[in-house]
Write a protein that binds this ligand. Structure first.
Ligand code: NAP
Ligand code: GDD
Length: 347
């Protein structure tokens, strides 16, 4: 008897979450299709190396299609051909600092990308396609008081956050107006071995791995006092999948309900290589010194400060715990260790 496999389409499959989700769904027996942009280099698909299947693979389960979420026609063609049961929409210009440099581009990709796909789903004949939108804790702005949950107010502080907020509301609008099974995952920061190299955690763990080997160099960062709710990305894929399997479409906060500063992350990362740090100064004049040799290893500089930064984020995932039976498995200490060890191994 032939098993009917579920079909998933992932936008942003070459990114951290897209590649992890592809791996997760393949393990669950899905046929996975992914949208990737044309690039001039081959290494854009590096994160998919572990699961890549070429066209000669027997019983192929993973397919990549050229497309772009700002190009509705390419999305329509791919969705019509693949007829997915579920779409995981991760594609985005996901860097908050860069969204201040490229606000129009960021809004085009992060808002219209979701809208293009929702419109295709709404008009799609013959199949109800479920839609997951990668919303973000950045939509809340700085935490003032208790942990943030699905009922907390939004006050976005960057073009990235504002454009994601539009995608969040569109996802809700299509659910309410057209009965599309469309859900928002409001995910707090999640990191890991596949994290982009310009996000602060990976920037730190890559530097620490190099410092461990060469015993020299200075890491230049921006705001060290900002606090984030940092989880381990592979833990979050299960939550995302469960959101689309829930009996009705709803929005969920996915987080750890803990919050650590960039400085805490630095201390913990250097701890992993046996280096103790002493901090001096504050704000853009802050430095961290290696306690043993008294040399500066970290400098906070204006260049990496944002025009407006979210100072503190912490998420309350009670709804996901109760309805999806989900909880994070990896704590902060373990997360930092995994990332540092992975970068040491890679060097
Ligand atoms: P990421 O590593 O930056 O990946 C973004 C993906 O989107 C990449 O595959 C990228 O392709 C693709 N992409 C960008 N513009 C595109 C376009 N116009 N058309 C098609 N694909 C495009 O981001 P991530 O960390 O995996 O995050 C996944 C999603 O979750 C994003 O929407 C992000 O905003 C959101 N989010 C992330 C976090 C987090 O902590 N990671 C938390 C909350 C929400 P290239 O490889 O070609 O650049
Ligand atoms: N990237 C970066 N580089 N951030 C720095 C640096 C630096 O050199 N120095 C300090 N930071 C501070 C930032 O100002 C921010 O307060 C914090 O470190 C985290 O920055 P990022 O790692 O860039 O992540 P983010 O929180 O801005 O955004 C990530 O998480 C969001 C969810 O809350 C991204 O993955 C977004 O796509 C995601 O929505």
């Amino acid at each position: 008897m032939k098993i009917k496999r579920k079909v998933a389409l992932i936008t942003g499959i070459t990114g951290q979450d897209g590649s992890l989700m592809a791996e997760y769904l393949l393990k669950k027996g899905y046929i996975v299709h992914g949208i990737k942009r044309r690039t001039s280099t081959l290494n854009a698909t590096e994160r998919l190396d572990r699961i890549y299947q070429d066209k000669f693979t027997k019983n192929k389960k993973l397919y990549l299609h050229y497309g772009d979420v700002t190009d509705a026609l390419s999305c329509l063609k791919i969705i019509s051909e693949t007829k997915p049961d579920e779409i995981y929409h991760f594609a985005a210009q996901s860097h908050v600092a860069i969204s201040f440099e490229m606000p129009v581009y960021t809004t085009t990709v992060d808002s219209l990308g979701a809208l293009n796909i929702l419109e295709i789903i709404r008009n799609f004949k013959g199949k109800k396609i479920k839609f997951y939108n990668a919303a973000t804790s950045e939509m809340y702005g700085t935490l003032n008081g208790k942990s943030l949950d699905e009922k907390s107010n939004f006050k976005p502080q960057s073009p990235y956050a504002s454009s994601k907020l539009l995608s969040y509301w569109l996802t809700r609008n299509y659910r309410d107006a057209y009965k599309v099974f469309s859900c928002n995952g409001i995910l707090f920061n999640h990191e890991g071995e596949n994290r982009g190299e310009t996000f602060v955690t990976r920037k730190i763990t890559r530097f620490v791995a190099k410092y461990n080997k060469y015993k020299s160099g200075i890491l230049y960062l921006g705001n060290l006092s900002a606090k984030r709710d940092w989880g381990y990305a592979p833990d979050y894929m299960e939550a995302i999948w469960k959101i689309l399997q829930y009996k009705k479409p709803e929005d969920f906060v996915i987080a750890t309900n803990t919050s650590y500063s960039v400085k805490d992350f630095l201390i913990e990362a250097f701890n992993n290589i046996g280096v103790k740090l002493i901090f001096k100064g504050s704000g853009i004049n802050q430095v961290a010194i290696n306690k043993k040799n008294k040399k500066i290893v970290v400098k906070s500089i204006k260049y990496y400060y944002r025009p407006n930064d979210v100072e503190n984020l912490k998420g309350n995932y009670t709804k996901a715990r109760k309805l999806l039976k989900w909880k994070p498995k990896t704590n902060f200490k373990k997360l930092v260790k995994i990332m540092v060890q992975n970068d040491i191994k890679n060097i």
